[in-house]
Ligand binder design. Structure first.
Ligand SMILES: CC(C)(COP(=O)(O)OP(=O)(O)OC[C@H]1O[C@@H](n2cnc3c(N)ncnc32)[C@H](O)[C@@H]1OP(=O)(O)O)[C@@H](O)C(=O)NCCC(=O)NCCS
Length: 149
């Protein structure tokens, strides 16, 4: 019951303000740089300006995020992160489902991503399949995954 109440106040939305984007970047810093030890020089990149960002908010606090970069033939999902204390409650799935819905609205028929190997089953449950071999990126093992919409 307590968990249900906690979840009921969560809003999932597309980022539309500079403040929201700053909150997203702060959460990514917490998860990818502080928790996972990724090089800060690699975490933010030039795609952040062109990407569509999605966030989950509980009250005024940003608790999860993700982004998608569209080109002519596909969308690339990245930087999916849920604050540590909010994991395993379906919020990461909601972030990806929102991204999938945005891709669908844009008539994008293919989504790709580079999954951390530990997160492969999370993305499998969302309809993604692995392609190719495992590779290292930012010191972490990754594998490419694709979903057809
Ligand atoms: C990976 C991550 C985004 C998952 O978010 P989450 O909110 O905990 O995931 P959800 O609760 O929405 O999980 C949805 C389903 O995937 C499963 N799942 C979640 N994380 C998983 C993992 N690491 N491995 C296997 N299954 C996982 C859940 O058990 C759930 O399954 P169910 O529907 O059968 O109950 C989150 O753990 C995270 O932010 N990790 C750190 C950053 C990171 O590694 N990002 C991914 C970069 S590629």
């Amino acid at each position: 019951m307590k968990e249900m109440k906690r979840k009921m106040g969560i809003i999932i939305k597309e980022v539309s303000s500079k403040t929201d984007l700053e909150d997203v970047l702060a959460l990514r810093e917490e998860v990818f740089i502080e928790e996972q030890g990724i090089d800060p020089a690699l975490e933010r990149d030039s795609y952040d300006q062109a990407a569509v960002h999605v966030l989950a908010q509980e009250g005024s606090k940003v608790i999860a995020c993700g982004r998608v970069i569209f080109n002519d033939s596909y969308g690339k999902i990245g930087r999916v992160a849920v604050a540590k204390s909010w994991r395993k409650q379906g919020i990461g799935r909601k972030i990806c489902q929102k991204i999938i819905a945005i891709a669908d609205e844009r008539n994008c028929s293919r989504l790709v991503l580079e999954a951390q190997v530990d997160a492969v089953d999370f993305y499998r449950k969302l309809g993604f399949e692995t392609n190719g071999d495992i590779f290292q990126e930012a010191g972490i093992e990754h594998i490419k995954m694709t979903a057809t919409l």
